[in-house]
Design a protein around this ligand. Sequence first.
Ligand SMILES: [Zn+2]
Length: 270
Amino acid sequence: MRCDEAQELITALVDNELSHRERSSIESHLKDCPKCRSICEQERALRREIRIAGASVSAPADLREKILSDRRIFPEGAKSPKVWKGLLRPAWPVLRPAFALTLLVLLVLPILYLLIPTKQSIPLSALETHRKIVEGTISFVKVGSQQVVKEQLMRSVGGSFAPMGYDLSMMSLQAVGGMVQEVGGRTILVAIYEGKGPSLTCYTFLGTEEDAPAEASVFFDPEKKINFYTFSRAGVNEVFHREGKVICILVSKMPMGDLLALARSKAQPS
Ligand SMILES: [Zn+2]
């Protein structure tokens, strides 16, 4: 069996849908092929995550339709929507491997549509989302890999921009999940970091410095030539800056000095 043949059967293998003969031939291929074996392990791990998430997430019917008809998530002709209708039921029946990552985004999307605030600015809604994440009022799919969070978020905007994807491991913070939020018709990629200290939420979207909070203080970093806007409300701190067309907002309960230092150290002049 060749690798491409084996990889085509991996989903069915994980789902216990193979005939006895197919099963033994793929199993013998996996024994000798570390690459396919690792794909198979990833598939199983993903399936576990989806199962956990699926237990807690179920989308109302109209939301399902909205997600299913979103062409950013399901490009025209990608797969018959029937397959996806099945996926949105809590039972999670058949999956197709190429779409498994997309499914993670999909599980996250119910949050998106629940969150659209009326006329709020993005920096204010960022504070609000952060507060809800910390309180556990909104849940998200934990993926446990920085790379998966980044890819998943990028995919949700069709690759038009990428989340900052900061590596904050030196501060004992790990990216544990992502969300996509829409505020006033704009798409915000939300990456959630958790670790030893206060958690941190990183928002990325296409915008300008006019999106900065009106009440913010401005700090100009002469070395990086970037304006950093700082803003606090009810003990939650926010640092806003721009890199080219992309705006980054960091929100955390960590002291403002620390949060600003973090934003400055990670910011890349465009
Ligand atoms: Zn192989």
